[in-house]
Design a protein around this ligand. Structure first.
Ligand code: FCB
Length: 466
C-alpha cells in the first residue's frame, strides 16, 4: 500500500495539523535512531484461539463467564494470526522502524508448564522475519495478560510459584527468537493486572480480593520478572532487557491533607511498587507494613535488575481524593479538563512530560520509550469510506509535543509507539472501543487506515528525514 502526500493532505483534519508538526519536526530533538511505531498485544489482535495447539488462557475463561461488556470474544479479533503480513505492510507504509507485540504464553506453553509447543513459536518466527524484512525492529513483550489457565488453576499471580514457569517460558521463547529479536520486555502493566484482575473484578481472572490481593499479585509478578530477566541474561549477553509499566501522575483533587495523602497512596500502588522494586530493590514507605506480610528474605534482591530499556505506557493522569471504605481509601475526583476520550479518560498531555521527567529525576534517567499512548474515540466511517478521526490526531500531536519537550529537557526517551496499530479487542470492553490508527471491520476483516494513520505516517516520514 502506498500513501501519497496528496492522500494525506486530502484528510482535512490531518492536514490542518501538519504545518505545526512539520515545523516542529525540523527543530532538533528527535535523534535519528529514535523508535517510531505502534504497539499491540497477542490476545487483542491475533484471534485463532484454538489454532496450532494454543491452550486456554484466563481471558478465554473470563469471556466464557460472560464478563465482557459487549458480549464479544477475541475468537477472531483482527485475525492477525493469519493476516500479519498485511499488518506489517501497513506499518512499513507508515515508515515505522519499531513495533512492540506480545507473545502469547498459552501458545508456547499450552498447559502452563512442561511441553513447549513448537507450532506456537513458529508463528512468531514468521512474524519476526516479516518485520525484519520490512526494516522494523521487533520489541517483544512476554506477558501481556494472557496467563495460561492451567497456571491460574494453581494460584496464578496470587502464588509465588509462577516465577519458575514464567522463566521457563521466557527461556523457550528467547532461545527460538533471540538470534533476531534483541529487545525483550517482560511484563505489560503489572499494576493493571494486579488492581483490575486481582483486587477488583474488571479484568481476568477477576478475583476481587482487595488490597492484599493487589499487593500479592504485584509482588509475585515482580518475582517472576526477576527470574525471567536472569534466565534470559544468562543465555543472551547482547539482549536489551526491560519491562513495561503504566505510569500515571497522581494529582490530589484539592490541596487538603487527606486528598494529598490519597494521591501519595495511589501513586505508591499504581506507579511505585513495580518500578521501585525493579530499579531500586525497594518498596514505597507508605506500603511497608502491608508488604511486610508478603515479602520474604531475599525477594528484593531477586527483583532488582539492571534493565536496559523501560517501556512507559501513558494515557492520562489520576485526580485523586480520599475515599474511606474504598480500596486503599482512594477515589477519583473530577479531572480539570473538558477533553475526554471514549473511555472517559481525561486528555491531559502534560502528564506525559511529567512522567518522563520523573524517570529522569527520580530514577537516574534510565533509557525509556513510550510503549503505549493513544485514545479510543467513537469513530465514524464517512460516506466516502474514510475515517476522519481528528480528535485522535489531536491527541497524538499533543502528546508527541510533550514528549519533545521532555527530550529537550534531558529525559532519556528513545522512542514513541502509539497504541494501537489496529482497532482491537479492548479487554472487558470487547470490540466496542476503538484505539486503532487503522480501523478494522470485524465482519469482513477489512483494514481502513484512518486520518490518524496518515497523519502519523507523514509525521514519522518527516521526522526521520525520509
Ligand atoms: C493498556 C493496555 C493495552 C490497552 C490500552 C488501551 O492499559 O496495556 O492492552 O488495553 O490500555
Amino acid at each position: 500500500m502506498r500513501l501519497t502526500r496528496r492522500d494525506f493532505l486530502a484528510t482535512t483534519a490531518a492536514a490542518a495539523m501538519l504545518p505545526r508538526m512539520a515545523s516542529a519536526a525540523k527543530t532538533p530533538g528527535f535523534p535519528q535512531d529514535f523508535l517510531w511505531g505502534a504497539s499491540t498485544s497477542a490476545y487483542q489482535i491475533e484471534g485463532a484461539l484454538e489454532t496450532d495447539g494454543r491452550g486456554p488462557s484466563i481471558w478465554d475463561t473470563f469471556a466464557a463467564q460472560g464478563r465482557i461488556q459487549d458480549g464479544s470474544t477475541a475468537t477472531q479479533a483482527c485475525d492477525h494470526y493469519h493476516r500479519f503480513r498485511e499488518d506489517v505492510a501497513l506499518m512499513r507504509a507508515a515508515h515505522f522502524n519499531a513495533y512492540r507485540f506480545s507473545v502469547a504464553w498459552p501458545r508456547i506453553v499450552p498447559t502452563g508448564s512442561g511441553a513447549v509447543n513448537a507450532k506456537g513459536l513458529d508463528f512468531y518466527d514468521r512474524l519476526v522475519d516479516e518485520l525484519l524484512k520490512a526494516g522494523i525492529r521487533p520489541l517483544a513483550c512476554l506477558y501481556h495478560w494472557d496467563m495460561p489457565q492451567a497456571l491460574q488453576d494453581q494460584g496464578g499471580w496470587q502464588s509465588r510459584a509462577m516465577a519458575g514457569p514464567f522463566a521457563d517460558y521466557a527461556r523457550a521463547v528467547t532461545r527460538r527468537l533471540g538470534d533476531r529479536v534483541k529487545d525483550w520486555m517482560m511484563l505489560n502493566e503489572p499494576n493493571v493486572v494486579a488492581i483490575f484482575g486481582h483486587g477488583l473484578t474488571e479484568h481476568a481472572p477477576g478475583l476481587g480480593l482487595g488490597e492484599m490481593g493487589v499487593l500479592r499479585a504485584l509482588h509475585h509478578q515482580n518475582l517472576a520478572q526477576g527470574a525471567a530477566l536472569r534466565a534470559i541474561r544468562a543465555e543472551h549477553g547482547d539482549a536489551r532487557l526491560g519491562t513495561v509499566t503504566s505510569v500515571q501522575p497522581c494529582r490530589p483533587e484539592t490541596p487538603s491533607d487527606s486528598d494529598r495523602a490519597a494521591a501519595i497512596r495511589w501513586d505508591a500502588v499504581w506507579n511505585r511498587v513495580a518500578v521501585d522494586g525493579l530499579l531500586r530493590g525497594a518498596f514505597p514507605d507508605v506500603l511497608a507494613d502491608k508488604m511486610a506480610d508478603i515479602v520474604q528474605p531475599g525477594d528484593l534482591a531477586a527483583i532488582k535488575f539492571p534493565v536496559d530499556l523501560l517501556g512507559i505506557n501513558y494515557y492520562s493522569p489520576n485526580t485523586m481524593r480520599h475515599a474511606p471504605g474504598r480500596m486503599f481509601e482512594v477515589g477519583w475526583g473530577k479531572a480539570p479538563t473538558d477533553r475526554f476520550t471514549a473511555m472517559g479518560w481525561p486528555v491531559q498531555p502534560d502528564g506525559l512530560y511529567e512522567v518522563l521527567m520523573e524517570f529522569k529525576n527520580l530514577y537516574g534517567n534510565p533509557a525509556t520509550f513510550v510503549a503505549e499512548n493513544g485514545a479510543a474515540y467513537d469513530d465514524v466511517v464517512s460516506a466516502n469510506g474514510q475515517v476522519h478521526d481528528s480528535e485522535r490526531v489531536r491527541y497524538l500531536a499533543d502528546h508527541i509535543a510533550e514528549l519533545r519537550r521532555a527530550l529537550a529537557d534531558g529525559a532519556n526517551v528513545r522512542g514513541y509507539l502509539a497504541w494501537s496499530l489496529l482497532d482491537n479487542f479492548e479487554w472487558a470492553f470487547g470490540l466496542s472501543k476503538r484505539f486503532g490508527l487503522v480501523r478494522v471491520e470485524y465482519d469482513s476483516q477489512k483494514r481502513i487506515p484512518k486520518d490518524s494513520y496518515r497523519w502519523f505516517a507523514e509525521f514519522v516520514k518527516q521526522v526521520r528525514g525520509l
